[in-house]
Write a protein that binds this ligand. Sequence first.
Ligand SMILES: NC(=O)c1ccc[n+]([C@@H]2O[C@H](COP(=O)([O-])OP(=O)(O)OC[C@H]3O[C@@H](n4cnc5c(N)ncnc54)[C@H](O)[C@@H]3O)[C@@H](O)[C@H]2O)c1
Length: 409
Amino acid sequence: MEKHGLNKILWAERQMPVLFKIREKFKRERPFDGILISACLHVTSETASLVIALKEGGAEVALCASNPLSTKDDVAEALRNGYGIRVYARYGASKEEYYEHIEKALSIEPHITLDDGADLTAYLHQNFKKWGKNIKGGTEETTTGVVRLKSMAKKGVLKYPIIAVNDSQTKFLFDNRYGTGQSTIDGILRATNILIAGKNFVVCGYGWCGKGVAMRARGMGANVIVTEVDPIKALEAKMDGFEVMSMEKAAEKGDVFVTVTGDKNVIDVHHLEKMKNGVILANSGHFNVEINIEGLKNISHKVEKIRPDVERYILNNSKEVFLLAEGRLVNLAAAEGHPPEVMDMSFSNQALACEYIIKKCSELKREVYTLPSEIDREIASLKLETMGVEIDELTEEQRRYLESWEEGT
Ligand SMILES: NC(=O)c1ccc[n+]([C@@H]2O[C@H](COP(=O)([O-])OP(=O)(O)OC[C@H]3O[C@@H](n4cnc5c(N)ncnc54)[C@H](O)[C@@H]3O)[C@@H](O)[C@H]2O)c1
């Protein structure tokens, strides 16, 4: 198992050249000597590349999982035994274990927290006297976590500065769109082996993740239906060529449903009751709240696991509904999560955000920040370089023209 995990880590590393360059720089400069980092991330081979880079930069890292179903146990074992990193995570952990693991990761009394969904950060805030004395700053990987942390900042309860890695362009434009787009389809296929072509495929939410899922489902021949609550996003979906309708109508039409909203009860009981026989439900939003699973249980008389990531619910109206991965992130629970090529950019942002915190913590307030755009552009330039893509540079004349107002018709 450990050898398998090690091979997975080395495979991911090959597809993550930008992070590798940062890792080499960290190895030379040791920006994290004496720094303790508590990280709550999906324990995958891509995450392994990030924590190894931080360790080689001098940090001591304690890693726990940001979802009970996303841990790749072989990777966790390889990190423990091959790299000497403390990993507190297990696929299928109960809620109690999940928080025990967070406690263990926090017990090192970190200088920096790395989070994906803000569970660790929120938990540290609830126990700040116990583990918070060294804290300098933290990072947040995903949209839902950023929403939670901005709410904490607004209410004046955030106790240390956070870098919203999610809000870097080299993160959300690629990870959320192309990463979630591809890996969500991958998760659905691995769980079910269904043919996507010809299906009515409902995507709930047309944000960055929803755009990616809709784009890829269409590419595989599905008739894609989008549901939204934001009129601008709905209009965008319509003009991108998708059917747009209310969830009430989509419920009657869909064969496969994917929620990617960051919202709760997007698929609610009254929708479930209207669905066709044999529909497939999946979620790729951060928490397992987007489909009302309690409600689904309440209107069903039988639930059974029929494949590793498929549960069959038999409703009281005799129809069948198939729920994937218990309504948790389908791309991580039923597949391997985002491909390393996009995590290369997301985790380069994470790595440089940690370095930024060390350099700038004395100037940062208890707020949620975005990384400076120079860092974002530097990551994009490095990525292009590793892809062998050259682009043009503005001439001096063009630069002046673009900054001026005098020249017109
Ligand atoms: N699966 C993954 O690996 C992965 C990767 C990145 C982000 N995420 C998560 O996916 C979720 C979406 O992220 P995003 O970056 O696309 O966010 P986003 O803010 O760009 O988009 C969310 C969209 O959902 C819409 N929405 C909200 N409530 C709705 C409802 N009731 N019905 C229909 N639409 C609704 C919003 O109007 C918005 O357009 C978040 O929870 C995020 O943390 C998951």
